[in-house]
Write a protein that binds this ligand. Structure first.
Ligand code: ADP
Length: 457
């Protein structure tokens, strides 16, 4: 099966490609027919109008019957149906072909649709209705594609531009909103439908549920299980000597404490404190290993304004001893992300903004979030102790802490957890700061959780 348009094969199935020994679409009709035959066919087609044309072809010693019929919607387009023959030469009756198409439309598991340039569906098959979470075709035909269906309306504009230039899009990835507002990641392969004057009338094509999300989760699950078991065994091995050090030093203090001078006792206490700290670090290492667990949830549309407000409420309780001023910008964007991961990122950053405040100043935290071209960037700024530029990269590593942190509780793992989560999501984190002048942390979440194919740009 193939689609012939203005002497060009623009689309078709694998079987067709293999018969005519071509690799990809589009290619000219002269690859299949010699030019004079092609010219004759087009002459006949013109005369015959809407009735189909049947012809015989030979490729590599095999005979094929070809039914060629004109698209009703787009008269510049011909459907090319090629069937292997064993000598018989009669073509396939058009009714049979039409029935075949109808069956395919009704039963295929991909969504098949026709839509207008303005953004209404003209037709959609049952698989499409189901994929979008609606119960009837009528409901879907009422949708405004741009605003009701596209999560990023600019994706449709981009798509229209590409299709206007090339006449088709292939494997174009977008995010739709289902009826219940959950996201649907699809890949579309569509062609433009033209009128007599070559003006685009609308689009026809398919979209396919990507379920890439599930694939990602599967991959993560496997990776995570590996990492987790490694960290578990390492921390288990480390734990027992540390507990032994704690136990023996406590015993030493209890039984022989009075035999020590003051300095000896102090040293012993330092041993105990260090062991305790090592124990906490191991516990945090486990949290780090589990960071990916939070990624296992589903992608959701999140109202970041509300989510951050609720994080602030939680932190206000934690920091009720210190008066903190929170300044949260208005109209923060909606994002498509894992709720648990988003909360972990923002609450770690805001908590740090308070933790690393200056003694003499009451902490102020400014939180903002803006939609940019292909991403959403959040920022958390404070009036705290700041970070020397030489440490801007280092603080994101596991167990790395900045200067003058002895009196501040922590193990240096919070930022590495954020970095890890963002790595998984193809996001980014960075800091702008000078010592003593507060710090601003930026987090970039890609608007698309799916990597977009550069071919589409
Ligand atoms: P922790 O807070 O447990 O030390 P983090 O990974 O969250 O671990 O932070 C690493 C280091 O980065 C901190 O020890 C601190 O020196 C520095 N840091 C993080 N946030 C801020 C901030 N808002 N202002 C100043 N320094 C910060």
């Amino acid at each position: 099966m193939a689609v012939l348009k203005n002497s060009l094969f623009v689309d078709g199935n694998e079987f067709f490609l293999s018969i005519v020994q071509a690799e990809t679409f589009p290619f000219g009709i002269e690859h299949v027919l010699n030019p004079s035959d092609a010219g004759k066919i087009f002459d006949v087609l013109k005369k015959k109008g809407d009735s189909p044309l049947f012809l015989e072809l030979e490729r590599n010693g095999k005979k094929y019957g070809v039914s060629l019929f004109r698209s009703v919607k787009d008269t510049a387009k011909q459907f090319w149906l090629m069937t292997e023959r064993d000598g018989a030469s009669d073509g396939i009756p058009i009714q049979e072909v039409a029935q075949k198409y109808q069956r395919l439309f009704e039963n295929v598991k991909d969504a098949v649709f026709a839509s207008t340039v303005e953004g209404r569906f003209l037709d959609i098959n049952p698989a499409g209705v189901e994929m979008l979470g609606y119960t009837s075709k009528e409901e879907v035909l009422k949708l405004n594609i741009l605003t009701d269906l596209y999560y990023y309306p600019e994706d449709r504009l981009k798509y229209q531009k590409i299709i206007a230039e090339k006449g088709y899009v292939k494997d174009y990835e977008v995010v739709f909103k289902k009826k219940d507002r959950t996201p649907l990641f699809v890949s579309m392969s569509n062609i433009a439908v033209y009128d007599e004057d070559k003006k685009v009338l609308g689009y026809e094509g398919i979209f396919r549920d990507l379920t890439r999300q599930k694939q990602i989760e599967e991959e993560l699950r496997a990776k995570n299980a590996q990492l987790e078991s490694y960290v578990y065994s390492v921390s288990h091995d480390l734990k027992s000597p540390i507990i032994a050090i704690q136990g023996f030093s406590r015993l030493l203090m209890k039984k022989h404490g009075e035999n020590f001078e003051q300095e000896g006792r102090e040293l012993l206490e330092r041993i105990m404190n260090t062991a305790k700290r090592a124990e906490r670090m191991i516990a945090d290492l486990l949290i780090f290993a589990k960071a990916e667990k939070g990624v296992r949830g589903d992608f959701e549309f999140i109202d970041s304004q509300r989510e951050i407000q609720s994080i602030i409420e939680e932190l206000k309780i934690k920091w009720k001893q210190r008066p903190v001023t929170f300044v949260l910008s208005e109209n923060l964007p909606e994002i498509l992300f894992h709720r648990g991961s988003f909360r972990q990122i923002m609450s770690n950053l805001i908590d740090n903004a308070i933790k690393y405040s200056q003694q003499e100043m009451s902490p102020q935290v400014f939180i903002d979030g803006r939609k940019e071209r292909d991403s959403v960037v959040f920022s958390v700024a404070d009036n705290g102790i700041g970070i020397d530029p030489s440490l801007h990269e280092k603080i994101f590593d596991v167990f790395e802490r900045g200067e003058a942190t002895e009196d501040v509780e922590g193990t240096g793992i919070g930022l590495s957890i954020i970095k890890r989560i963002l790595e998984i999501h193809h996001g980014d984190i960075w800091v702008e700061s000078k010592k003593g002048e507060g710090a601003t942390f930026y987090v970039r979440l890609p608007a698309r959780t799916l990597e977009r194919d550069e071919r589409h740009q």
